[in-house]
Design a protein around this ligand. Structure first.
Ligand code: C5P
Length: 225
């Protein structure tokens, strides 16, 4: 492979958290910074890919050279991903909220003086990774998901790969003792149809670089096949 093995390839990357509104001024979020997804998008650009970067409200800026598709909610993220298709590969690194507030208020909620708190009810969000992996003719040839686990990392990641129908799962151990969540380093296991590959603990940029190289090789092989 040359220095730009992904030139002419389109890759969709999801990144960051989603925000799920409670009312026009309040939302439910999670602690994802978007750091790993951003590093992956940058590494794909370095290898020549054209990247559609579908990002929730992240705490790091998007990398140069990508087409940025900013979203807030899981529903918006799903719509942006579907509109960005077709793609050669999809890398779903976003921390998508599992639930949205089903009874979000159209106006700012007010205390009513009774001392009672409002009750929120939740509805399950669409699973974007599973949906993209399950597409027919429009399915990207390579669909990569992530799994953040705190125990039995490899076993849970294998189950997740089967359940979601994606090609690879990049799994990491995010239990507090590892210091990975919010840190600069990551230690991952890459699960594919052939088994599990355990990578050493590396800076997130280096994990991204290796993953981009692996994606380039996989797309080249799939071309030959
Ligand atoms: O099921 P879980 O959230 O652990 O799966 C994580 C993987 O699935 C990540 O790749 C994440 O981006 C993706 N995902 C998604 N849509 C959801 C939930 C998770 O694309 N609603």
């Amino acid at each position: 492979l040359g220095p730009k093995p992904l030139s002419g390839r389109h890759v969709i990357v999801t990144s960051g958290p989603t925000h799920e509104p409670i009312d026009p001024v309040r939302y439910i979020a999670n602690r994802s910074s978007g750091a790993q997804g951003t590093a992956i998008a940058a590494a794909l650009v370095d290898l020549g890919a054209s990247v559609s970067f579908v990002t929730g409200p992240a705490s790091v800026p998007p990398p140069p050279g990508v087409r940025v598709l900013p979203v807030e909610t899981a529903a918006q993220m799903r719509a942006a991903v579907m509109e960005a298709l077709p793609a050669d590969a999809a890398v779903m690194a976003a921390a998508v909220a599992d639930w949205r507030v089903e009874n979000a208020a159209a106006q700012k909620m007010k205390k009513d003086g009774s001392g009672r708190a409002p009750a929120l009810s939740f509805a399950q969000n669409p699973d974007i990774l599973a949906e993209v992996a399950g597409l027919g003719a429009d399915r990207p040839r390579l669909v990569v998901g992530f799994a953040a686990e705190t125990e039995k990392v490899e076993e849970h990641a294998r189950d997740k790969r089967a359940r979601k129908g994606c090609d690879w799962i990049v799994a990491n151990d995010v239990s507090p003792a590892t210091g990975i969540m919010g840190g600069a380093e990551n230690a991952v296991i890459v699960i594919d149809a052939d088994g599990a590959e355990t990578w050493p603990r590396l800076p997130k940029d280096e994990v991204a670089r290796r993953l981009a190289q692996r994606i380039a090789r996989a797309l080249a092989w799939k071309e030959d096949a």
